[in-house]
Design a protein around this ligand. Structure first.
Ligand SMILES: Nc1ncnc2c1ncn2[C@@H]1O[C@H](COP(=O)(O)OP(=O)(O)OP(=O)(O)O)[C@@H](O)[C@H]1O
Length: 500
């Protein structure tokens, strides 16, 4: 039985302390039945901690959780799932080599004697997917689905059986604009059917588009509960989240006087030949759909993809193709948009993580003082919310991990920086600080390639846009030609070409 507007979930004095660090101070919030409730806050504010406590994957230090008025604080995760409380966490991934049906019904497969009854399992999965209007074949490996489809599969999984409250922790990370809006349409239609959601995002426009309630956390404290974000402007939301007004950084466009990176006729695994260049001090935005060559060429230039032919010249020197180490040693730095797959060594401390692979030495010995200097420098610029320099990086919140990985690349003092979604999961105020930092570095000649789904971010940061279609460079926008509409029109034009 649902009762729209009634309290579905309440926390009373709920808190979480890790060692000497308080991630969540005693918290009282209410999530109403039938709402889409946003949890907002800067990196490390305590949003993931709160949803993990509600889901039961972390135990609270003190306080209570009430679900439909019943105290569930001491129920284990599986019992809460049976009540219909589910969490799709930040890095919830499907099991790539299990089929869609296996992922969906894991671990309760229908059995015939000791064996899994595949026919019954597939039929049950089909019925579930049909119910939510999701058209995947049930027997294909889940890993072959696109990123948003994997997200959808994750969500349908939370809806199997009893489902009352689905919490989505940054579900739009790495999704394109189109993929985001289709995910939103779907969440809205489920919500219209009575499903309650908690939604975490660093994008104000997503919060405004989808949430009808919001709770704002700051440094582990609730600073607002129950506000309706649809009635608020983006600047107002940012101010509530950060505590002060947030100035959007807009770069003064520059024209490069000297080429730094020149790529000619590059062919990499079915993409190309591609030719482009980036000047000293220039920021160039790469725009293109998957398979267009935008991301592929960026990865190939950094040595992360095999290259069949072509040349990459950095400051007049030809690089060996497909050689990551060589590219790195020549001053090329690449920020991945898959920080979990490529960027993190879990137990290493924050301080060490910033100099990993780039250890400073003094007289042949590791210079601890220099490692500390690097920490101090980026800590003050990027506002890591950490317990201290020796905290293991795996304990940090998602956005703080992203900042450490970016700091590590900058500490290498590269001459070419390739950034794939640099502010992924980074909060509104730090995003602006990251933009300022990159802008300053271009003053000393750093050449930057930027890939970003957020077109507003691109418009504010780049001097030039290079558009890719079907493995070729197909256009360029410069100066006043650069706008969100012009960039989207390029992308749209490309999808029309792809459909034709
Ligand atoms: N296992 C842990 N041990 C120690 N500290 C932790 C642990 N897990 C989380 N923290 C700390 O608790 C704080 C809150 O983290 P949380 O993941 O809830 O932040 P968040 O608001 O979700 O941030 P983000 O937007 O970056 O994902 C962070 O400062 C984090 O370092």
């Amino acid at each position: 039985m649902t009762d729209p507007g009634a309290p579905l979930l309440e926390t009373r004095g709920l808190s979480k302390v890790y060692g000497r660090f308080t991630a969540l101070h005693p918290t009282d919030i209410t999530v109403e039945e039938g709402s889409i409730h946003g949890f907002l806050g800067k990196n490390g504010a305590g949003k993931s901690t709160l949803v993990k406590l509600i889901a039961g994957s972390e135990r609270p230090t003190a306080g209570q959780i009430l679900f439909r008025g019943e105290d569930i604080t001491h129920l284990p995760l599986v019992r809460r799932r049976e009540l219909g409380i589910h969490l799709l966490s930040q890095h919830a991934e499907v099991v790539a080599d299990l089929s869609v049906a296996e992922n969906l019904l894991l671990p309760d497969y229908p059995r015939r004697g000791p064996f899994v009854d595949r026919r019954a399992m597939n039929a049950r999965a089909r019925e579930l997917l049909d119910r939510y209007d999701v058209p995947f074949p049930v027997d294909q490996p889940a890993g072959s689905l696109s990123a948003p489809d994997q997200r959808r599969l994750g969500i349908v999984r939370t809806l199997v059986g009893e489902s009352a409250l689905v919490m989505l922790d940054e579900p739009t990370t790495a999704l394109s604009q189109e993929e985001r809006s289709s995910l939103f349409d779907w969440v809205r239609s489920l919500n219209a059917g009575g499903q309650t959601f908690v939604f975490i995002s660093h994008f104000n426009n997503e919060i405004q588009a989808i949430c009808n309630r919001a709770t704002v956390l700051r440094d582990g404290h609730v600073v607002a509960d129950g506000a309706d974000p649809r009635t608020m402007g983006s600047a107002e939301i940012s101010e509530l989240v950060v505590g002060t007004a947030v100035d959007e950084f807009v770069r003064r466009p520059r024209t490069a006087e000297q080429e730094r990176l020149v790529v000619t006729d590059l062919v990499t695994e079915g993409v190309g030949p591609l030719s482009f260049s980036v000047g000293a001090g220039e920021i160039v935005g790469f725009v293109g759909l998957p398979g267009s060559g935008a991301q592929e060429s960026a990865r190939a230039v950094a040595g992360l993809r095999p290259v069949q032919s072509g040349s990459v010249v950095l400051d007049g020197r030809e690089l060996r193709l497909g050689d990551v180490r060589g590219a790195l040693d020549s001053g090329m730095a690449y920020l991945t948009n898959d920080r979990h797959g490529e960027g993190i060594v879990g137990p290493m401390s924050v301080r060490e993580s910033l100099r990993m692979g780039n250890w400073p030495s003094r007289g042949g010995l590791l210079s601890e003082a220099e490692v500390t200097r690097t920490y101090d420098k980026y800590h003050s610029r990027m506002h890591f919310r950490v317990a201290g320099p020796d905290q293991p990086i795996e304990e940090l919140s998602g956005g703080n991990q992203q900042k450490i990985i970016l700091g590590r690349l900058l500490a290498r003092e590269p001459v070419v920086l390739i950034l794939d979604e640099p502010t992924l999961g980074v909060d509104v105020s730090t995003k602006e600080e990251v933009h300022r930092l990159i802008d300053e570095l271009t003053d000393s000649g750093l050449a930057v390639i930027l890939l970003a789904y957020d077109t507003d971010e691109m418009v504010r940061m780049v001097d030039r846009v290079v558009a890719f279609t079907d493995g070729k460079v197909t256009g360029e926008l410069v100066g006043a030609e650069i706008s969100a509409d012009a960039i989207l029109a390029r992308l749209h034009h490309q999808s029309e070409l792809a459909d034709a």
